[in-house]
Design a protein around this ligand. Structure first.
Ligand SMILES: [Zn+2]
Length: 449
């Protein structure tokens, strides 16, 4: 899954999505309602390229009293009189847009004129953490508003021949190459956290290998993972995770590699070193492994049925409430409750395959639903004949129960890159392949010492 560097800090508040009408009266009523909900508040200046926050003395020198006097916390010191200073305000919960215009010394009419110009832009909607800055001419007339929606997106509203015109200023973060090596002690999640990876990055890593590794049952102490990835930087500071470019996972001596690749059709996905898609028809572990505190989950549970008939599935001990995923694309053919199964879901995948999920706490799907691989279909529980919270997972091929742990060996092969595209792919992964190999070598050397 490619991650896009979406703006951070834009927590939507309960702002109603109200269509704005052209008629001013209706519009005002609408804006009025919005203003009650949206919040703005005061803050220090923090626009890029501006001088640092002025001291109180500087403020006293630069603030010119107005009627009513604006009360910004701080005002940018602008020694050059030809460039009017910006007054900046940070959006917080509980304030509103009209108030901040008034605090800045501007009226609802000014707000109306700016918002009208914004047509389709976002001054109508502000979120906590954003900033709005104002610029006035020497007569105190509003000439520009600057709305910083994220470190990557600023919208500037400038007065031009009687009306405000909106322009977006978009910044591109710099990409910085990183790599990390880790050794599993108890779980991938803990190893990743210790290595400094974000939760999202660990989830992504698990997603990449989710078709070949059961992250609950497969990992062993001493398994190693190497990841080449990018960090997105703004002004020399880490801004967000970039994509994972390549990764290798050595599980009990067997090494799996994955490379991010954009094919000739423009689709980006992960492939192994031979160009076979990492995305398989079925997940190896149909639940959120990060909620499982230890990866060493040795089937220690003794389900009640074990004494009555052969155990036909795999048990994943996990806390109640852990999300359970559809192992593959399919259709829900059963979703209900029986005494032995508790709450359960059966999914049909194509003609041949069926997966069963038992003892769920909550069901998130109903009979007839179509589900995609990875969709949450319920949560782990202990309903029915269960000794404790766990997911009982079964895999059926042509109506016959198969061991979910080994069934992947008889499943259809995953999609490969077309033969003619393979040379391009192999050329593209040459460098990351060498890099991963050298990381593995370095780690083996270190382990040998
Ligand atoms: Zn079971």
């Amino acid at each position: 899954m490619p991650r896009n560097p979406s703006p951070r800090g834009a927590t939507p508040i309960a702002a109603p999505e109200v269509p704005l009408h052209r008629r001013p009266v209706v519009w005002f009523a609408t804006v009025g309602a919005l203003l009650m909900v949206l919040g703005l508040t005061l803050s220090g200046p923090e626009g890029e390229g501006e001088p640092p926050a002025p001291t109180d003395a500087e403020m006293a020198a630069t603030v010119t009293p107005a009627d009513p006097p604006p009360t910004p916390v701080a005002v940018s010191a602008a020694p050059e009189p030809l460039i009017p200073p910006w007054k900046e305000f940070r959006v917080r919960n509980g304030d509103n847009l009209s108030l901040i215009f008034n605090r800045a010394g501007f009226s609802d009419t000014d707000l109306y004129r700016v918002a009208r110009a914004s047509d389709g832009r976002s001054l109508r909607r502000v979120y906590p953490g954003e900033t709005v800055a104002f610029q006035a001419d020497n007569d105190g007339e509003l000439i520009a508003v600057r709305h910083v929606q994220s470190p990557l997106l600023t919208t500037l509203y400038t007065l031009e021949s009687g009306g405000f015109v909106a322009t977006d200023q978009v910044r591109e973060p710099e990409r910085s190459a990183r790599n990390v090596s880790m050794t599993i002690d108890t779980s991938l999640f803990l190893a990743g956290t210790a290595a400094g990876l974000s939760d999202a990055m660990i989830m992504e890593l698990a997603g990449i290998f989710g078709g070949v590794i059961d992250f609950v049952l497969d990992p062993r102490q001493g398994d190693t993972i190497h990841v080449l990835y990018e960090e997105l930087m703004l002004d020399g500071q880490r801004f967000d995770d970039g994509p994972i470019l390549a990764a290798s996972f050595t599980n009990r001596g067997e090494t799996f590699e994955a490379y991010r690749y954009t094919d000739l059709e423009g689709d980006t996905s992960y492939y192994n070193e031979k160009g076979v898609s990492m995305r398989k028809a079925f997940l190896r572990a149909p639940l959120d492994f990060t909620r499982v505190s230890s990866n060493f989950n040795p089937n220690r549970l003794h389900p009640i049925y074990k004494t009555q008939r052969p155990h036909r599935g795999t048990d994943y001990a996990a806390p109640r409430g852990t999300p359970v995923y559809a192992a593959g694309d399919g259709r829900v053919i059963e979703a209900g409750y029986t005494r032995p199964n508790g709450r359960y879901v059966f999914i049909q995948h194509g003609e041949q395959f069926e997966t069963h999920y038992l003892h769920l706490h909550k069901l998130k799907v109903k009979k007839g639903d179509r589900v995609k691989q990875g969709a949450v279909i319920g949560t782990v529980g202990s309903t029915g004949a269960a000794t404790g919270p766990h997911l009982h997972y079964e895999f059926l091929v042509n109506g016959v129960h198969r061991n979910p742990r080994t069934v992947h060996k008889i499943l259809p092969k995953a999609r490969s890159l077309p033969e003619e595209e393979l040379p391009r792919y192999l050329a593209a992964i040459q460098q990351p392949t060498r890099q991963l190999a050298s990381l593995r070598n370095a780690q083996q050397l270190a382990a040998a010492e």
